[in-house]
Design a protein around this ligand. Structure first.
Ligand code: SF4
Length: 504
């Protein structure tokens, strides 16, 4: 894989077989992922709907990573409405940055505020003004320019403008081509961001050359590198998740660095001093780790996500195998499982048999389903934003899943409403951004991820059990919402087959 000579990353639908419209069972979905079926007959090739209600935009998802980069100013080259979602992250981003560096600034962004006149006359003047203002007034280490649809549609030559501006600014300018209209698969955002990072931040660190007298120090450094692991964190991870994964990997003798979220630009250079890049989620990271392997020959691991005990066990063992630390890992895993079993005992009785519907990113929902089964609950349905080959190993941890209903939809809340009416789960586990609609179903609602909670590793299993137990005890708020607010769907829709609008 090498797309770095191109201006921007290709859309996911061109690079991978990816599906955004599917309705069926888990068995059928797994069948589509088999090598002899993969991509044939349209089962993975995007597919579409004859009616679509809402969609996602890669510009907004790109901001989930970009807003977390430290010492940066984001320039949104777009109308003012694009990127409005950043307002919802301001507090979290600032806090999380300061957990790494107490003096870190919060999210700083400017918008070029393109309007009708700019659509006619072009956005070049506003882009130049915004970048120069950011450099001179705010003095960041880097200026990240995220492009929305409008500059691409009106033909702003953003790269030429920015390369000209680079001669005039102290900050490193990084263009991110994340125009929403270019893809139907939101996950293209990750590639768009990594494309900019790979081209502008990743380069061999400027280390002092070691002279012969310091040979011993150099040997020490090389030993450290032989035990270094980069964990590719994701925007939906909390600091508590990171600390848990760090605890696990240092427990078997490894050193951990987290990138890209909440990293500083120079962290990407030092990230080359590692022996293994470990992806938390292949959907998120394959573009980055494949390019690093090709350019710097650093191996990578894309397998499962450490959510749920079986997935966590497997994740640790795969990493340990690379370092020949399997015995240490096995001992660690046995001990952790013993402690976890004892701690879950008090929740099993309450949670046993409760039906759960999960909606969100494919990798996360299927991994979280493992915890649901571990606690004796029943997975009654899954709804993924999209699906591709990265979900395949995560199914291994599930049992009796073949008949479970699976829908694939990037948002499309009308399908979810229909499914919930039919499947009648006791708990809905869903994406935090979708809760405003989901809560009106009156169900206990458990966020699929949360910026201040622990979901990953062994402690994550305990935390999920503890919190689901709590929300099941008191769901009065959502019940009141359901009683006093109306969902916008008619009875005729509920009577219809939920996947009626999916085109084969
Ligand atoms: S789809 Fe285009 S116009 Fe809409 S928010 Fe995304 S970048 Fe902006």
């Amino acid at each position: 894989m090498n797309y770095l000579n191109a201006k921007s990353a290709p859309a996911r639908e061109d690079r991978h077989k990816t599906n955004i419209a599917f309705g069926g069972t888990a068995a059928k979905m797994k069948g589509c992922l088999q090598k002899d079926c993969f991509g044939k007959d349209g089962c993975l090739n995007l597919s579409s709907r004859s009616f679509t209600q809402t969609h996602g935009c890669q510009f907004t998802l790109s901001l989930a990573i970009l807003n977390s980069i430290r010492n940066a100013v984001i320039v949104m080259h777009a109308p003012i409405g694009c990127g409005i979602c950043s307002i919802g992250n301001v507090g979290v981003n600032k806090t999380f940055k300061q957990l790494r560096d107490p003096s870190a600034e919060g999210v700083i962004w400017l918008s070029t505020n393109l309007d009708e006149a700019d659509v006619i006359g072009g956005g070049e003047r506003k882009l130049r003004e915004a970048v120069l203002y950011a450099d001179r007034e705010l003095r960041p280490e880097t200026i990240i320019v995220a492009n929305g649809c409008v500059p691409a549609l009106i033909g702003d030559d953003v790269d030429s403008i920015l390369s000209d501006l680079q001669e005039q600014t102290a900050a490193v300018i990084v263009p991110i081509h994340c125009e929403g209209f270019k893809t139907k698969v939101m996950a293209t955002a990750y590639d768009a961001v990594y494309h900019g990072i790979l081209k502008n931040y990743v380069r061999q660190p400027n280390r002092e050359k070691y002279i012969v007298e310091r040979e011993f120090e150099e040997m020490e450094r090389q030993y450290r590198i032989s035990r270094n692991v980069n964990i590719l964190n994701v925007g939906s991870m909390s600091r508590a998740d990171e600390l848990e994964l760090e605890r696990i990997l240092t427990g078997i003798g490894l050193n951990v660095r987290f990138i890209p979220c909440y990293a500083e630009p120079e962290d990407f250079s030092y990230s080359l001093e590692t022996s293994l890049n470990v992806s938390i989620c292949g959907t998120h990271d394959d573009y980055f780790v494949e390019h690093i392997k090709e350019k710097y020959n650093i191996p990578f691991l894309i397998d499962t996500i450490p959510i749920g005990r079986k997935n966590t066990d497997r994740w640790i063992l795969r990493i340990a195998k690379h370092f020949d630390l399997e015995k240490e890992a096995q001992r660690f895993i046995e001990n952790e499982n013993r402690i976890l079993d004892a701690s879950l005992e008090k929740y099993r009785g309450v949670l046993k048999g409760k039906k759960v519907f999960l909606a969100g990113g494919e990798v996360r929902i299927v991994a979280t389903a493992e915890i649901i089964q571990d606690l004796g609950m029943e997975v009654t349905g899954l709804k993924a934003h999209h699906f591709d080959q990265f979900v395949e190993p995560i199914f291994d941890a599930l049992e009796n899943i073949d008949d479970v209903v699976v829908g694939v939809a990037t948002n499309q809340p009308f399908e979810q409403a229909n499914l919930l009416r039919r499947l009648k789960p006791d708990v809905l586990i869903t994406h935090v951004g979708g809760n405003n609609i989901a809560a009106k179903h009156g169900l206990p609602l458990f966020p699929l991820f949360g910026p201040s909670y622990n979901y990953m590793g062994y402690s994550g299993v305990f935390e999920i059990a503890r919190r689901i137990n709590r929300i099941l005890k008191n769901n009065q708020f959502n019940k009141n919402l359901a009683e006093y607010t109306a969902l916008p769907f008619k009875e005729e829709w509920y009577a219809k087959e939920p996947f009626a609008y999916i085109k084969e």
